[in-house]
Design a binder for this molecule. Structure first.
Ligand SMILES: [Ca+2]
Ligand SMILES: [Ca+2]
Length: 223
C-alpha cells in the first residue's frame, strides 16, 4: 500500500488512515478552585449520552471535539475573544465565526451536586476564538461534537450572565456558578497545531473516489 501513496489525495487518505484519535489540544487546566477535580478528557468512555445532572461529581472536564474543521456555514457563537477579528461577523448578541474559517472545537462539562462555584484557567495549543453558551446555539453546533457522544440537547446546559470567561490568547479564565443541573459549554479555537485534520464528508468521498480509481488502475495494470 505504501508505494501507492504517491498521489496527493491518496497520501492524505494514508495519513488519515494511519493515525487514530487527534492529539490532545486542550493542554491543561490550571489555577483550579472549587472543583473536586480537573480532567482533560470525557467523563465516561465513548460512546455515551450526556445526562443533565447525571454526574454530580463536581469535576471540571475539558475534551477535544472536531479539530481543524473548515466551517461549511457561519457558526453562531455567544462570546468572542476579538469582535474586530477578520473571522468574526455579526454584532453583539449575534456574533458568528465566518464560513470557511478553520476551527477546533472543545467541550467543557461541570456538573456539581447542588449549588457551587468553580474557577480555573483552561489552556489550549491555539488561540481561543469564542464560547458557545446558549442552549439553542449549543444544539445547533453539536455537529462539531466528538463522534460517539449524544450531547442530549437538554435545557439549562449553557452558561448564565454571571458565569465569566476572560480570554487571554490560548487561555481563558473561567468563574462559573451552577445549581442544577450544571454548566456545559462549547469553546472554539483556531487551527490546532497538535491535532490531525478531520476530513469533511465531501472530502472523504473525494478521497474514496480517488482511492477507488487508483485501485482500479493498479489492478488493471497488474492484470
Ligand atoms: Ca452557570
Ligand atoms: Ca448537578
Amino acid at each position: 500500500m505504501k508505494k501507492n501513496c504517491f498521489l496527493g489525495m491518496v497520501t492524505a487518505l494514508c495519513l488519515v488512515g494511519g493515525t487514530n484519535a487527534a492529539f490532545a489540544t486542550a493542554v491543561s487546566i490550571t489555577n483550579g478552585t472549587g472543583g473536586a477535580g480537573y480532567t482533560i478528557g470525557t467523563p465516561a468512555a465513548v460512546p455515551f449520552e450526556l445526562i443533565p445532572n447525571g454526574y454530580n461529581d463536581n469535576i471540571l472536564y475539558v475534551w477535544d471535539e472536531v479539530q481543524n474543521f473548515t466551517l461549511q456555514q457561519d457558526l453562531f457563537v455567544d462570546r468572542v475573544a476579538d469582535p474586530a477579528a477578520s473571522y468574526v461577523g455579526g454584532t453583539s448578541g449575534n456574533y458568528f465565526i465566518k464560513a470557511g474559517t478553520v476551527v477546533s472545537s472543545h467541550y467543557v462539562q461541570w456538573d456539581p451536586a447542588g449549588t457551587a462555584r468553580v474557577q480555573a484557567t483552561l489552556n489550549f495549543d491555539s488561540d481561543i476564538f469564542a464560547f458557545i453558551t446558549g442552549d439553542s446555539r449549543l444544539n445547533n453546533s453539536d455537529y462539531l461534537g466528538l463522534p460517539g457522544i449524544d450531547y442530549g440537547n437538554f435545557s439549562l446546559r449553557g452558561l448564565e450572565s454571571g458565569d465569566t470567561t476572560a480570554f487571554n490568547g490560548g487561555s481563558v479564565d473561567i468563574s462559573w456558578s451552577a445549581s442544577t443541573p450544571g454548566d456545559w459549554t462549547r469553546l472554539i479555537t483556531a487551527v490546532s497545531p497538535g491535532a490531525d485534520p478531520v476530513p469533511e464528508p465531501a472530502t472523504m468521498s473525494l478521497l474514496g473516489m480517488g482511492l477507488a480509481g487508483l485501485i482500479y488502475r493498479t489492478r488493471k495494470r497488474s492484470a
